[in-house]
Design a protein around this ligand. Structure first.
Ligand code: BGC
Length: 632
């Protein structure tokens, strides 16, 4: 430890102001060249969701990362050789890259209640990331989503912190492990209270007491820090009207001093922008509050100028800048970045046979099997017979894009089979084992015929979305709200706004990424309102006297009373990812169900129960999930 700090000091002494300020910048790849990385001493680069090089093959990523790394390591009179690190949202597998294995989103993993599986998933994910020459993933998300309207509910393992506390250290260990060539830097996010915002508004305000913040939202960070997590991402939400990005108490006093976090606190995507109308002031507030590295899209040159100026003028103490740089160097040294070979020469890059490999697909398929939650099984309609004449219908039956959800290939996800290379759609998995199954011609189930079909299997639910695009907002909630960046919580007319934000930064910086719809996703959690076609598909089949089993693809619990009523069997598959075969493994009885709800299931739209609430009475409680075998 002493040696480590001594080594950092030796590097710090050699660094001039330009080099220090460059080190705290993380620029988006579309806005920075390898030459600029050297010229401005850029400490890190990232890909926003769907921001991909070349044809998005592993070799394109390796070539790009190798060029950035090489530029950062060219030492001369103006530049010190400090390896730049590349970060990405590999939040369910290396999910931006074509051909990667896509694991279920966190909401499904929560239902498995299997920490060993979580660690194996993290190990496999780290290998697929390392195989593309990337060093850092902005995962795991350890939010505790408390309101199902939130568009990021699926990134959360549970509405209750217990499981998240068990998972966080195992995921961190699986990613970082021995810090060797098969490992990547983990980042727990978003600090803190992102899942506590009023009405589940993304980037909104968490109006909760400190007692609740500490009881529900902070414990998982404690376990991740104890497991040695090297980075934490600040959240774009505010806490009692004060933005987390400018919150010295949360970032410095609590996270660093009280919890003893020694790694990098990174800002979220252009996260300082809303701290002040004056960008220079925003940078000063963020750095002084305790942010160490700044995720910036296009304005990083302005940021550098302003931070330099304000250090020279004394508004940013040099000690604070030095501390930020020290933390970044500490992570780079601990992660052995100075001794690792250049990306193109790393072990898994040279032998990339692990990328998208069968062994990883098997782990993902196991996760799918274990994540399925059986809500209803009238007259033991499940398991289905493999020889049965099954009519498979519904818009999510044969669409690998739909079953992967957001943060897959594109920021908002994709809506076809071809973009997801490898794996199987749920239909493809069924077809492989049930010779008499047939796919409804147009998906609507109108071709159901009691002469030809014994049972209907209807695969329905949500379409992909990410972040605020997935919010469910009742009318009137999209209005901006005044927020303060003032940690003393004094009202401030100059404060920037929050609330629904598809503002400039997203529109311009994610410009090259396909945005599907403008969001929010809808106004209520009722599936029959969000997707009336789903109930129609069920009824098209049941009206012919054929019983139906429903498989629901969803990123959160939805109100499905009518769909439940119309079907004999009902399975929640969450967002299972690329290995749809795992669904067939269970519905035909080769494996039993074992998934249990980690989100209480609502009867009504505003019926937002969380386990532990007073007078708790959801439709299906936390922990619910039927099995074939009678439980003792
Ligand atoms: C999200 C983060 C993500 C970052 C980088 C932001 O919009 O809030 O979770 O890591 O983008 O893509």
């Amino acid at each position: 430890m002493k040696d480590l700090e001594h080594r950092i000091t030796e590097i710090l002494i050699k660094m001039n102001l330009d080099q220090k300020v460059g080190q705290i910048v993380q620029a988006e790849r579309q806005f920075v060249t390898p030459e600029a990385v050297k010229e401005y001493h850029i400490g890190s680069i990232l890909s926003g969701g769907g921001s991909v090089p070349g044809e998005n093959r592993p070799e394109d990523w390796i070539q790009m990362n190798d060029a950035y790394w090489a530029a950062s390591m060219e030492e001369d009179d103006n530049h010190l050789a400090i390896p730049t690190i590349y970060g990405i949202d590999a939040i369910h597998g290396n999910s931006n890259v074509k051909g990667a294995v896509i694991f279920p989103h966190n909401i499904g993993l929560g239902a498995t209640d299997d920490p060993d599986l979580i660690e194996r998933i993290a190990v496999a994910t780290a290998r697929e990331i390392a195989a593309t020459g990337i060093d850092w993933t902005f995962a795991p998300t350890i939010s505790v989503a408390r309101n199902d309207h939130w568009g990021r509910t699926y990134e959360s393992y549970a509405e209750d912190p217990d499981i998240i506390c068990k998972y966080a250290p195992r995921f961190v260990k699986g990613l970082q492990g021995n810090m060797g060539e098969e490992k990547v830097i983990a980042c727990v996010k978003h600090w803190v209270g992102d899942g506590a915002t009023e009405h589940g508004i993304d980037q909104g305000d968490a109006g909760i007491s400190e007692e609740e913040l500490r009881r529900i939202h902070i414990p998982a960070y404690r376990t991740a820090i104890e497991a040695g997590v090297l980075s934490v991402m600040a959240s774009l939400n505010s806490w009692n009207q004060v933005m987390c990005h400018g919150h010295k108490y949360l970032l410095t006093d609590l996270l660093k001093n009280e919890l003893g976090f020694q790694g990098i606190v990174i800002s979220d995507w252009d996260g300082i922008d809303k701290l002040s109308d004056d960008y220079a002031e925003a940078a000063v507030i963020g750095l002084n509050a305790g942010l160490d590295m700044f995720m910036i899209t296009d304005k990083w040159k302005t940021f550098i100028q302003q931070v330099k100026k304000h250090v020279e003028q004394g508004q940013i103490p040099i000690e604070r800048l030095d501390d930020a740089v020290r933390r970044i160097l500490r992570v780079k040294i601990r992660f052995n970045m100075f001794s690792k070979p250049r990306p193109a020469l790393r072990k898994l890059v040279k032998d990339s046979s692990c990328f998208g490999c069968k062994a990883h697909r098997e782990i993902a398929r196991e996760a799918v099997r274990k994540s399925l939650v059986l809500l209803k099984n009238e007259e033991s309609i499940l398991p289905l017979h493999k020889q049965a004449r099954i009519l498979v219908a519904g818009k999510n039956a044969n669409n690998r894009g739909h079953q992967c959800g957001g943060f897959t290939i594109a920021w908002q996800g994709v809506k076809d089979n071809d973009s997801i290379i490898g794996g199987t759609s749920i239909w493809e998995g069924i077809k492989a084992v049930a010779p008499n199954a047939a796919l409804s011609v147009d998906g609507s189930g109108k071709d159901a015929d009691p002469e030809n079909h014994d049972v209907g299997l209807v695969i329905i639910g949500e379409l992909p979305y990410a972040e605020m695009m997935g919010d469910i907002r009742i009318a009137g909630l999209s209005k901006s709200k005044k927020m303060s960046n003032n940690p003393d919580n004094k009202s401030n007319e100059e404060n920037k706004t929050s609330g629904f934000n598809t503002g400039l930064s997203y529109k311009t910086a994610h410009a090259s990424m396909p945005i599907m719809g403008e969001g929010p996703y809808g106004t209520h959690l009722y599936l029959h309102e969000l997707h009336p076609e789903d109930l129609s598909t069920i009824l098209n089949i049941t009206n012919k006297g054929i019983p139906v089993v429903v498989i629901l693809i969803c990123g959160r619990p939805l109100v499905v009373n009518q769909e439940l009523e119309a079907s004999k069997g009902f399975v929640v598959a969450w967002l299972p990812g690329s290995e749809g075969q795992g669904v067939a493994d269970v519905i035909f009885g080769d494996y039993d169900f074992q998934g249990k709800l980690t989100f209480s299931w609502p009867r009504f739209d505003d019926d937002n129960w969380n386990i532990g609430d007073e007078n708790y009475h959801p439709l299906f409680p936390y922990g619910y999930g039927l099995r074939y075998k009678k439980e003792k």
